[in-house]
Design a protein around this ligand. Structure first.
Ligand code: FES
Length: 164
């Protein structure tokens, strides 16, 4: 992934466009591939993606802003996704959600000032029987109480370090 301070250029995604352009329904796979590589879909790349697919910038921007999975800003070093769907809400998921916001000091789609964490909502992680569910980067966790969330976040920061 490109560092937070780097500004991605079209050359960073040229191979992605080349691999998908000309295929039907290429926009979503391209946006997913760009986000997987860069961590977000840089607004500066929207025009190039639109050009490659013969779409308008507004069409590409509309898709990026419509789907909550796409980000238009670089995420923090760690992404915390809290499940807001019904089964998790039924087992005190709201407590975990409120604690995550308070602990990190950000609302959904926000990134902590030190760039360590981005907090995002998600609507089911396929772990409904073991809610409340939280995804920390690529790792799924179940039965995440506020106390367990603190442990998990502390683990990502490293022992004895508290950047929050
Ligand atoms: S409802 Fe939360 S994991 Fe399915």
């Amino acid at each position: 992934m490109i560092a937070r301070t780097d500004i991605p250029a079209m050359t960073d995604i040229a191979d992605i466009l080349e691999a998908h352009a000309g295929r039907p329904g290429a926009l979503l796979p391209i946006l997913h591939a760009v986000q997987a590589r860069l961590g977000y879909v840089p607004p500066g790349c929207v025009a190039g993606i639109a050009h490659a697919l013969n779409l308008s910038r507004a069409e590409v921007h509309g898709v990026v802003s419509f789907y909550p999975d796409f980000r238009d800003e670089p995420p923090g070093r760690h992404v915390v996704k809290v499940c807001r769907a019904e089964a998790c809400q039924a087992v005190q998921g709201r407590r975990t959600e409120q604690h995550a916001k308070a602990r990190l000091g950000v609302d959904y789609h926000g990134t902590t000032a030190d760039g360590a964490f981005t907090l995002e909502p998600v609507y089911c992680l396929g772990n409904c029987a073991a809610g409340p569910s939280v995804m920390l980067d690529e790792a799924l966790h179940g039965r995440v109480t506020p106390e367990r969330l603190d442990e998990l976040l502390g683990g990502l920061l490293g022992e004895g370090r508290n950047a929050m």
